[in-house]
Design a protein around this ligand. Structure first.
Ligand code: IPE
Ligand code: IPE
Ligand code: MG
Length: 228
């Protein structure tokens, strides 16, 4: 397994949770929480340019989030459409390389088309922002293992090479906002030796400052990877 033995994180992933509770506390509709969540995401992507990260992976919509009410799912899909339209030029200008993980081809055809275009237009970027859409880690591992088996090579290396994250640096730090302490089917394989940080901040309140603090916290940890 590839290991990053430096103190500086190369790859950070965030489970952006707590939009609904942020809205509820303000007696606002959940949709408002998601809207503010997109604003937080935009600021974090902007700010992480200066933090020297090679890759930021963001959990935006899980394969289990389809269980939510149709209205909420529609709101989330519309926010996705709006965000790609409004922020693609900035991604390109800032050298961001967009990557999508998960079963994103299963989203609405117009979104798939927008994403294909965005991937193409950002392909020359240097800093990767990977967005997990219609993503479930167990499904991803199952897909990868199926491909590995079809190639007659069911090894750890071959499964890893078929994961959606195959071309990303090893995961260093996984952050979840909102106080929940669980992975909710996110990057289960990739987290094997990742550091974990669970913060109480609700996602719409999360800022680059919080991300900086998380990176400082990471730099102070001793990683062992099973060694001594
Ligand atoms: C995270 O916020 C956004 C998505 C899962 C799409 P939630 O909507 O899960 O917010 P809470 O957990 O209900 O507060
Ligand atoms: C995980 O959050 C998915 C995203 C943040 C996109 P959920 O809110 O869906 O997770 P559970 O249901 O609380 O475990
Ligand atoms: Mg949640």
């Amino acid at each position: 397994m590839a290991e990053n033995t430096e103190k500086r994180a190369r790859h950070v992933a965030i489970i952006m949770d707590g939009n609904g509770r942020w809205a509820k506390r303000r007696m606002l509709p959940r949709a408002m929480g998601h809207k503010r969540g997109v604003e937080a995401l935009r600021e974090v992507v902007r700010g992480c340019r200066d933090l020297g990260l090679e890759c930021l992976t963001l959990y935006a919509f899980s394969s289990e989030n389809w269980k939510r009410e149709e209205e909420e799912v529609d709101d989330l899909m519309n926010l996705m459409r709006k965000f790609i339209k409004s922020d693609l030029p900035e991604f390109i200008a800032n050298d961001v390389k967009l990557k999508i993980i998960g079963d994103w081809q299963g989203l609405a055809p117009d979104i798939v088309e927008m994403l294909e275009d965005a991937l193409e237009q950002t392909s020359k970027g240097t800093q990767t922002v990977a967005v997990a859409l219609n993503y479930g880690s167990q499904q991803e591992i199952t897909r990868a293992a199926t491909k590995a088996a079809a190639a007659g090579d069911v090894t750890e290396a071959s499964i890893a090479a078929h994961l959606d994250t195959a071309d990303l640096p090893p995961l260093d730090l996984l952050i979840r906002t909102s106080g929940e302490v669980r992975l909710s089917n996110f990057l289960l394989w990739q987290s094997a030796y990742a550091e974990m940080l669970f913060v109480d901040t609700l996602w719409p309140d999360f800022t680059v400052e919080h991300l900086k603090q998380a990176l400082d916290n990471f730099a102070g940890r001793e990683r062992r990877f099973g060694g001594r």
